[in-house]
Design a protein around this ligand. Structure first.
Ligand code: PMP
Length: 428
């Protein structure tokens, strides 16, 4: 593959955009090389500026669960745009998508829309603090909840890929209220709660972690967190920005039958437009302005184009409930194919998968938390990433990311991908 035009475009971009990208995870810094500039995408495929075609396993980092340029979303956005692109006034559309989301997700009465996953998580923490009148919260090392100050403490995803899990610019005053726990370690959480009695407003967690590769919760871990929260008047916040409307119609709450107090959304809920949301029961949501004292707002929140895209996406997921089963089957097919060829080729690896989230760590030990995720062999990952690219397969340019499977993938695509993994891993 040649990336001549991408290289030129990147050189131009670097002059006027820091690192040439508007979000660090897009840079190929961790793997070397030049980011690919996309021209268009349709279904399971990306087309770049040099005319190369790739099978896409990132899908805009999650949103495109039904494939790129999904027709109902495209049509809805075009139709809405003709009627005006932003009003800063209420529209019927906002109530329609809110009602649909509330009907799909367990344990929520009300939902508020924002513009990103970051905003959703940031607002959820503020709401939890305002509701409980406590300041501290617990997050887990390797989990990523967006780039709001209080989350950039041992954060996953791009923050760890680029060596800044604790970003300069976050003050010590802010950091002191973020308590850090180990994923999948209940005793650690219990000890933190004990040491900070009556000071903790919330525990925020990716209920299936996706920002240190994919790490499912151990059996009993989420149930244990629920109990600890209930016993200590702490709100349990599920950051379902990745998992929401992906792992099940009602997200992880439905999948594992566990009640969270506040749920955050992003990615799929916007159908590929900038949308986030946070939701809870009335008692908590009524603390938000204008009903209550906790302030949160946004000029473009509930934007008609974004809401039209999100509504078309949620309707598609609601109307065809077999989608989640199909996604699971396709991802399980990939998993068993990868297992077969990686074992045959004697590679040290661990695959974690749940539903349509899957990742490969190049280390033979179980990957259950940030520490074990960090042991993955980055040199092997680099070879893997560039090998896949050469075969026309686009995966995230970092080993700390999950693959996002889309329903647009055919079994032919999956077989091709397994074959490519075989070819590449023979050369490790
Ligand atoms: N939470 C999780 C679990 C995420 O994966 C992400 C983004 N990858 C965010 C929050 C932040 O979302 P955004 O990038 O839309 O601000």
């Amino acid at each position: 593959m040649l990336y001549q035009r991408s290289s030129q475009l990147f050189a131009e971009a670097e002059k006027v955009i820091p690192g040439g990208v508007n979000s660090p995870v897009r840079a190929f810094k961790a793997v070397g090389g030049t980011p690919i500039f996309v021209k268009s995408a349709k279904g399971a495929y990306l087309y770049d500026e040099d005319g190369n075609k790739f099978i896409d396993y990132i899908n805009s980092w999650g949103p495109m669960i039904l494939g790129h340029a999904f027709q109902p979303v495209v049509d809805a956005v075009i139709e809405k745009a003709k009627l005006g692109t932003s009003f800063g006034m209420p529209t019927e559309l906002e109530t329609q998508i809110a009602a649909l989301a509330v009907s799909m997700v367990p344990n929520i009465d009300k939902i508020r829309f924002v513009n990103s996953g970051t905003e959703a998580c940031m607002s959820a923490i503020r709401l939890a603090r305002g509701f409980t009148k406590k300041d501290k919260f617990i997050k887990f090392a390797g989990c990523y909840h967006g780039h709001s100050d209080s989350f950039l403490i041992q954060a996953g995803s791009g923050a760890v890929t680029f060596g800044t899990p604790n970003s300069p610019g976050v003050t010590a005053g802010t950091a002191k209220d973020t308590l850090l726990a180990k994923y999948n370690d209940l005793d650690n959480v219990a000890a933190l709660i004990e040491a900070n009695k009556n000071e903790i407003a919330a525990i925020i967690i990716e209920p299936v972690a996706g920002n240190m590769g994919c790490i499912p919760p151990k059996k009993g871990f989420l149930e244990g967190l629920r109990q600890l929260c209930t016993d200590n008047d702490i709100l349990l916040i599920f950051d379902e920005v990745m998992t929401g409307f992906r792992l099940a119609r009602g997200g992880v709450q439905e999948l594992f039958n566990i009640k969270a107090d506040i749920v955050c959304f992003g990615k799929v809920i916007g159908g590929g437009l900038p949308v986030g949301a946070f939701a809870s029961r009335n008692e908590i949501m009524n603390h938000l302005a204008p009903l209550g004292p906790v302030y949160q707002g946004g000029t473009l929140s509930g934007n008609p184009l974004a809401m039209a895209a999100g509504l078309a996406m949620l309707l598609a997921l609601d109307n065809d409930r077999a989608i989640f089963k199909r996604l699971e089957e396709k991802t399980a097919y990939l998993e068993s194919g990868f297992n077969k060829v990686l074992k045959e080729n004697k590679v040290d690896y661990t695959i974690n998968r749940i539903g349509s989230m899957i990742s490969i760590h190049f280390d033979a030990n179980p990957v259950v938390d940030f520490q074990s995720a960090a042991k993955g062999d980055n040199e092997t990952f680099k070879k893997f990433f560039h090998g896949m690219l050469q075969e026309g397969i686009y995966i995230a340019p970092s080993s700390y990311e999950t693959w996002f499977i889309t329903d647009a993938l055919t079994y032919e695509d999956l077989d091709y991908t397994i074959q490519a993994v075989d070819t590449i891993s023979k050369k490790f």
